[in-house]
Design a protein around this ligand. Structure first.
Ligand code: FES
Length: 103
């Protein structure tokens, strides 16, 4: 399934990159820009980023479910990851509203 129409990136390509990043450090916080950087791509319109965030959360959850991580570790990490993305989403929305008002 095509996730990013600007760069022609599929969901499978994104999942593969996320799993590769998690293999390097399974507790790192992954953001869309990090995924695209690893693919040597850049967000253009960034309209796909909310979907990429959902894929990051889902893939990270599945990654840890298949490893020896404890339920407490997974719960704590997933809570931090979701909170981190939610804060980013809110900040992005505020930035857009401010730039819309200024225009
Ligand atoms: S749809 Fe991905 S950057 Fe535009």
């Amino acid at each position: 399934m095509l996730v990013c129409s600007c760069n022609f990136i599929t969901q499978k390509e994104i999942v593969d990159v996320i799993n590769g990043l998690l293999d390097e450090d399974c507790w790192q916080l992954i953001v869309p820009a990090k995924v695209y950087h690893a693919m040597q791509k850049r967000g253009r319109c960034c309209g796909c980023f909310p979907n990429v965030v959902d894929i990051i959360i889902r893939t990270t959850e599945q990654y840890h479910a298949g490893r020896h991580s404890t339920d407490d570790e997974i719960f704590d990490f997933m809570t931090r990851l979701k909170q981190f993305h939610e804060e980013n989403r809110r900040a992005d929305l505020e930035r857009r509203q401010k730039s819309h008002r200024a225009a």
